[in-house]
Write a protein that binds this ligand. Structure first.
Ligand SMILES: Cc1cc2nc3c(=O)[nH]c(=O)nc-3n(C[C@H](O)[C@H](O)[C@H](O)COP(=O)(O)OP(=O)(O)OC[C@H]3O[C@@H](n4cnc5c(N)ncnc54)[C@H](O)[C@@H]3O)c2cc1C
Length: 387
């Protein structure tokens, strides 16, 4: 016998939890399936940078709206998720890099976006005393920051459950069918049906889209890597990136240093796992050392990689299916989806229940990646994707 809900959510990462939470708060009966365990993949591996700085234009409306929510996170999920608005900084190491940064900030200003600013070498050193002497200035968003990924998962999980979401861990979705006005979803533990379906399947979401009838071509999956050092005295507040290097560098509340920034390990979607690439990892360490010479003798205590879907234009997919009723796609975050979690849950509920969203998601619509027959990738715009 089929079990019936108002909405089914595939994927128990942060985006599935956030969407489930908002749908349940609209009074819907929601059932969520997670094949492994909650937060097992990208959400649990995340560096949890909360960044509007350098966002691609298509993601900017959602990202700025999400940032307002991060500053009131406790009202949303009963915990601030360890969010510290300690700023995000992108450092220039040469005058040419500095001009490049300043031009981008001016272009944003010309379009009415005032969240980014430029700082000179003296202010950079005041904010980041440990930065290497050769750095000449930076681009900064003071209201950005970073959170604690596991505290965020715990808070969204608890909020979703108390809103009434039925969360099934260890249950994979194996088939999807549309019959009459209902989605019929086969799982490893039986069949479920509902008029609404959310595809938040992370690195496997294109497979789920295909089961539901949408071909959304993707680039090769990402296996972004992180390393964490032993604890040291507090010496750094903001999160640091660089123009000419793949780097994301920050100190956690516990004193450890977290280094990432986009170097890639090896992704294996079939085995549902990823592996560290030691050579690529050493490039992350070298980038960190170039900007922070004093970390030279620190011990690395752990390294890891996390799987995630990457689109051809490095921009997220968040929108209704162009060809199927009652289907929301929410994936392809290409390494920078953590910050978008709170707002895209709200937008999912708005789109599925009201038919429109107050947030401008036009640049995130899945159809931009599908040709008329739903099969060919288009576009090659770039977002930073350094997280
Ligand atoms: C190392 C790393 C660092 C990052 N750093 C940052 C950062 O600093 N800032 C930032 O904004 N973003 C960052 N990101 C990106 C961010 O973490 C992700 O965009 C976000 O967590 C994606 O969440 P999700 O819910 O879409 O995916 P996931 O957390 O991967 O969840 C998808 C879930 O779907 C499940 N699933 C798949 N198929 C099925 C099925 N058939 N049935 C049931 N369940 C299924 C999977 O098991 C998985 O748990 C980082 C990512 C990585 C890997």
């Amino acid at each position: 016998m089929k079990r019936t809900s108002d909405a089914l959510v595939v994927g128990g990462g942060l985006h599935g939890l956030s969407a489930g939470l908002q749908l349940a708060r609209r009074g819907l009966k929601v059932t969520l399936f997670e094949r492994a365990r909650i937060g097992r993949h990208a959400s649990g591996a995340s560096a949890a940078g909360v960044r509007t700085l350098g966002r691609a234009r298509a993601e900017l409306p959602a990202s700025l709206a999400a940032m307002e929510m991060w500053h009131h996170m406790e009202e949303l999920v009963g915990d601030n998720c360890g969010f510290e608005p300690s700023g995000q900084i992108k450092v220039a190491e040469t005058e040419i890099e500095l001009i490049d940064l300043a031009t981008k900030v001016e272009l944003l200003r010309a379009d009415g976006f005032t969240h980014e600013e430029m700082i000179d070498a003296a202010e950079l050193r005041a904010l980041v005393p440990a930065i290497s002497r050769h750095c000449v200035g930076a681009r900064l968003v003071r209201k950005d920051g970073a959170a604690d990924p596991h505290r965020t998962i715990k808070a969204f999980y608890a909020a979703a459950r108390s809103a009434g979401v039925h969360i099934h861990e260890g249950i994979g979705v194996t088939s999807i069918d549309r019959r009459r006005a209902l989605w019929s979803v086969g799982t490893t533990t039986g069949d479920f049906e509902a008029p609404l379906l959310v595809n938040a399947g992370g690195a496997w979401a294109a497979q789920i889209a295909a089961m539901a009838g949408d071909e959304i071509p993707l680039d090769s999956p990402k296996a972004s890597m992180m390393l964490v050092t032993e604890r040291v005295r507090p010496f750094l507040k903001p999160t640091i990136g660089a123009v000419g290097r793949k780097l994301s560098f920050k100190q956690t509340a516990q004193g450890t240093i977290l280094i990432g920034g986009g170097q890639q390990g090896k992704a294996d979607l079939v085995a549902e796992t990823s592996e560290i690439d030691g050579m690529a990892m050493s490039r992350s360490a070298a980038a960190a050392l170039a900007l922070f010479p004093e970390i030279a003798n620190l011990r690395i205590v752990r390294t890891w990689a996390g799987l995630e879907a990457k689109t051809f234009d490095n921009i997220a997919i968040a929108g209704l299916s162009p060809s199927r009723d009652g289907l929301m796609h929410l994936f392809g975050f290409s390494g920078h989806g953590f910050q978008l979690v709170p707002i895209l849950g709200v937008a999912t509920a708005e789109l599925l229940v009201d038919g429109y969203s107050k947030v401008d998601l036009s640049g995130l619509a899945p159809e931009r990646l599908m040709d008329a027959s739903g099969a060919r990738p288009v576009g090659n715009g770039v977002g930073w994707g350094r997280d």
